[in-house]
Design a protein around this ligand. Structure first.
Ligand SMILES: [Zn+2]
Length: 136
């Protein structure tokens, strides 16, 4: 490989390095968090005489879904309660997103390190016989 491509690989590595710090910002936040999400569900209540059964608007409920080690819980909360939980579930979501980004980042950096290793390889000084053997 030409030194030109090695320079490009190093530049790519520097770019990766610079992208790491902003990626980790959520880890420096102080917001308490809860592994949960707040969402609005729309449903039919099941009463045949209700407007929801005849093409009218569905019933809406704000739900807090908490992720426990052994499963989820899903319960209805008021708007006031949702306002309390939302900053915590948002903080959780940001941190999980950061973790996913870092995992992808790590994979890409490892690939770059492999490419840099290949670009810097030299068989100089090896015997004729060893030169014929593929390197690891
Ligand atoms: Zn209904």
């Amino acid at each position: 490989m030409e030194p030109d491509s090695l320079a490009k690989l190093r530049q790519a590595l520097r770019t990766k390095l610079n992208s790491l710090e902003p990626m980790l910002t959520p880890a420096f936040e102080r917001e308490p968090l809860l592994p949960a999400s707040v969402h609005t569900s729309r449903h039919r209540c099941g009463k045949p005489w209700c407007h929801c059964a005849n093409g009218g608007d569905l019933h809406e409920a704000v739900r807090l879904q908490i992720r426990f080690e052994d499963g989820h819980s899903n319960r209805c909360v008021s708007e006031e309660e949702a306002a309390f939980w939302r900053p915590r579930t948002d903080a959780y979501r940001r941190l999980r997103k950061a973790a996913r980004s870092v995992r992808k980042w790590q994979k890409e950096v490892l690939e770059l390190l492999d490419k840099i290793e290949r670009a810097r390889r030299s068989v100089e000084g090896l015997s004729e016989e060893d030169r014929k053997r593929p390197l690891r």
